[in-house]
Design a protein around this ligand. Structure first.
Ligand SMILES: [Zn+2]
Length: 372
């Protein structure tokens, strides 16, 4: 063990029994509170957070649009150092730099074993639970804290290569995994035309993912100038501004009336879902990433009365250590650089300011880095 690792152990878990954490109090209030450092069970790990961030989903929680328990620590995007391993965990060492996915599947439920680990239902009757893999900042304490308990550590800890910085891997746990999955689940093929609706952090990653999958024409839909230019850096060939005219007409014009092979929805609204369906070529795929807050309507004409050979897929961020390792390999290869997405940096104790900036989308913010 290195001197630095010894210092981490000496200064960390044993002496520091309490920690700062960003806690949901009531709608409109996420505040820093003092909490106990979590105790861990044999299969868990405790990690000391070195960098984390705020997700759009956390803003839904802040606003009371997605209910969580009062007192829960928020956040699901951890980068840190292993502070303590449960007695049954092998294959990792204390002091190792790691990330864990936003989604932490058990690895042993029926859902995990049939390839839909995000719907992990470990402990339920049939082993499937909608969104059951999403635990951090949802059903257990999350990552906007000094320390984080990672459940089922052997399925979820992914060592960070030494040459990668925290900020380089900060998008792997959620944004990058989710955005890429929009392209993967849409089964983008070499030579495809792809439209990506909205270029927030997830839409930008969907654009980058579509390029990696082999799309040769990517049409991004966005109105904010900074997002338009990052979309172009990450692979968009055309950017359609929805404030400048009818998006569907413009995409059909750009494709000579053909439509796109895959449309990725990355906002979660009726208008974008419907537009994504309307720009599909017959037999195309709508890959939906958005989190919707109301019933969706599927227009009969765009749906070809149910006879259009369309494929509609939805995805919850893939997690687990294999996925995280794969995404870090993408970062290490230099094929995608998501550092431009980190626009602001805050100390954990100033996270309320960070929430204020991020939730009001001020000052060109895309993602904030939060450091305890
Ligand atoms: Zn998220």
């Amino acid at each position: 063990m290195s001197l630095q690792q010894q210092e981490i152990r000496a200064s960390g878990y044993k002496s520091k029994q309490r920690m700062k954490a960003a806690v949901f109090v009531e709608p409109g209030r996420i505040v820093i509170e003092d909490k106990p450092v979590p105790d861990i069970s044999p299969l868990d790990a405790l990690i000391r957070i070195t960098t984390t961030t705020i997700c759009g989903t956390d803003v839904h929680i802040l606003k009371g649009e997605y209910p969580v328990a009062r007192g829960l620590t928020i956040g699901h995007e951890p980068v840190g150092v292993i502070e303590k391993l449960g007695s049954a965990v092998s294959g990792f060492t204390e002091g190792q730099r790691v990330i864990a996915g936003a989604i932490t599947p058990s690895g042993h439920s029926m859902a995990c074993l049939c390839g839909c680990a995000s719907q992990d239902g470990a402990g339920t009757r049939h082993g499937f639970k909608a969104m059951g893999g999403w635990k951090f900042g949802n059903t257990i304490d999350g990552s906007q804290a000094e320390y984080l308990l990672v459940p089922d550590a052997m399925a979820n800890l992914a060592p960070v290569p030494d040459e990668l910085t925290d900020e380089q891997v900060l998008m792997c746990p959620d944004i990058m995994s989710t955005g890429f999955s929009g392209a993967e689940r849409g089964r983008v093929r070499i030579g495809d035309i792809v439209a990506v609706f909205a270029q927030g952090p997830i839409g930008l990653c969907a654009t980058a993912g579509a390029r990696l999958m082999g799309a040769t024409r990517i049409i991004a839909v966005e109105s904010v100038d900074t997002r338009k230019s990052i979309a172009r850096q990450l692979g968009a060939d055309d950017v359609v501004d929805f404030t400048a005219g009818n998006v569907v007409d413009e995409i059909m014009r750009l494709t000579d009336g053909r439509g796109v092979d895959v449309a990725i929805e990355a906002l979660g609204r009726q208008e974008t879902f419907e537009a994504a369906l309307r720009v599909l070529r017959p037999g195309g795929t709508l890959s939906s990433l958005g989190v919707y807050s109301g019933d969706l309507k599927i227009p009969l004409d765009a749906f070809a009365a149910g006879l259009g050979d369309h494929t509609l897929v939805t995805t919850l961020c893939p997690g687990g250590k294999e996925r995280m390792t794969r995404l870090m390999n993408v970062v290490a290869s230099g094929r995608v650089d998501l550092r431009p997405l980190v626009t602001h940096r805050f100390k954990l104790e100033d996270i309320e300011q960070a929430y204020d900036l991020f939730s009001n989308q001020r000052d060109g913010v895309l993602k904030v880095a939060i450091m305890p």
